[in-house]
Design a protein around this ligand. Structure first.
Ligand code: UDX
Length: 447
């Protein structure tokens, strides 16, 4: 059993704290927000993440996981301190490091024994060295410490399985011994561990997210071309995905990427490159293609509905992706606002994100279920592919709507089935007029 302090109880911090305590370590999760810590001590989660509440409760009960706002309490007897605070985007896309700096400073001021400081937050390349400088500068007396970068790759909505079964663990440090100690902490996860230098580890995180964002923008570009040429991007992605060099993941065309990571990380990488005089052309194209997806959805719905004044448009799904209530950079916000600006009446339903979304979407009526959204609507726009939207009672939806128009921003419906039910249906990159153009089947020679 090791003693670990995790600074920051956001997505990354709380999941890290809960999972490391579940692996048998003693974990103190620290945050300067009295409100968040008081909530956690009452058993209330500051975020929605499947399985997190049970995991936290179980480990609190066992005594392995505690919460505090006090650095002295968090650091006493601790060998490892994880920094997992937010790194929002600054005005030009540069990462805003004020929370990282503040936590490094507090760690320095309160550490009383040798410490390995591990950075989990996504930080610009070179931040590890900068954190080490802050620690040195603010220590009351020189106590040995090392800085290790351990970027987090978890996805919201599947953060716990992602933590427990990672594809790999990346560790970067100038102190090999410290990196190996952190590797020991991760051995139970039975995943490959890459140990490299600090800057390279920091870069691996940006390069990974930028690559995944590129895959999404690539398939969205292909979707646009499919639409023009009468091909079906969903079938194209299936056909491409069987090539092991390409792989099937992250080839879902739709409204593009949102959330707290991809938009900010691609921007930050482009910013870092430009600062050093490089011209990251591909990253700019990735961002441009993504930025076009939301206005394109509005363009499509206007094509189908004509004048938007007084039209009732229903939105299915608000969060930036399913299984989370996170509204950060969610396409639904821009889309709903554009609909309102065009004079439409907008209503919406999301299984978990309505409370988070409401303050950002005044003027949008939040409904109790998808059928209440459909009732009297001139069009439905599927924005987030929650499972519960995949098997709607289409006959009922058709009967409720004033006009049977469906825009499917995530290509979850079968165009042929929608046509059979009488809907005027538009997906993205799926050929002309909602006609299903191809049926991709897999034939094998094995009997
Ligand atoms: C991402 C990375 O996957 C994770 O490794 C990193 O630590 C944080 O950023 P997350 O933002 O939680 O995780 O979501 P993810 O599931 O990766 O999806 C990101 C965005 O891409 C979502 O908006 C999603 O809708 C979109 N997406 C994803 C697509 O549009 N098409 C796809 O094929 C896949």
């Amino acid at each position: 059993m090791k003693q670990i302090c995790v600074v920051g109880v956001g997505y990354v911090g709380l999941v890290t704290a809960a999972c490391f305590s579940d692996l048998g370590n003693r974990v103190i999760a620290l945050d300067i927000s009295e409100e968040k810590i008081a909530g956690l001590n009452r058993g209330e989660m500051p975020i929605y993440e499947p399985g997190l509440e049970e995991l936290v409760q179980r480990n609190v009960k066992s005594g392995r996981l505690t919460f505090t706002t006090s650095y002295p309490e968090g650091l006493t007897g601790t060998e490892f301190a994880f920094i997992a605070v937010g790194t929002p985007s600054g005005v030009d896309g540069e990462a805003d490091l004020r929370y990282v700096a503040a936590s490094a400073r507090s760690i320095a001021e309160h550490m009383t024994s040798p410490l390995i400081i591990i950075n989990k937050s996504t930080v610009p390349v070179g931040t590890g060295d900068w954190v080490a400088d802050i620690i040195r500068k603010h220590q009351k007396s020189p106590i040995p410490f090392s800085v290790v970068s351990c970027p987090e790759f978890l996805r919201e909505g599947s953060a716990i399985p992602d933590f427990m079964q990672p594809h790999r663990t990346v560790l970067g440090s100038l102190d090999r011994e410290a990196a190996e100690k952190v590797a020991q902490l991760h051995l139970a996860l039975r995943a490959p561990i890459v140990i490299t230098d600090l800057r390279t580890a920091e870069m691996i995180k940006y390069a990974s997210n930028a690559f995944l964002a590129t895959k999404i923008s690539f398939i969205n570009e292909i979707a646009n071309i499919c639409e023009a040429l009468g091909a079906d991007v969903k079938e194209v992605a299936i056909g491409m995905g069987y090539d092991k060099r390409i792989g099937p993941a992250f080839l879902d065309a739709g409204l593009g990427y949102g959330g707290s990571c991809f938009p900010k990380d691609v921007k930050a990488l482009a910013y870092m490159a430009a600062e050093k005089g490089r011209h990251p052309q591909l990253l700019h194209a990735v961002m441009d293609i993504n930025d076009d997806r939301r206005p394109m959805a509005i363009y499509r719905i206007k094509e189908m509905l004509g004048d938007m004044q007084g039209k009732v448009v229903g939105i299915l799904g608000l969060s930036f992706k399913p299984n989370t209530d996170d509204m950060r950079d969610a396409p639904a916000i821009d889309i709903a606002r554009s609909l309102l600006n065009a004079g439409a009446q907008v209503r919406a339903y999301d299984p978990v994100a309505m409370n988070m979304a409401s303050p950002q979407l005044p003027g949008v009526d939040m409904m109790s279920d998808p059928y209440a959204v459909a009732d009297g609507a001139d069009a439905l726009m599927l924005i987030t592919e929650w499972n519960e939207f995949k098997q709607l009672d289409l006959e009922r939806v058709y009967g409720l709507m004033r006009q049977p128009i469906i825009f499917d921003g995530r290509n979850i419906y079968d165009p042929e089935l929608m046509a059979k039910h009488g809907f005027t249906y538009r997906g993205l990159g799926r050929g002309y007029n909602g006609q299903k153009l191809a049926e991709t089947s897999l034939f094998t020679t094995a009997s």
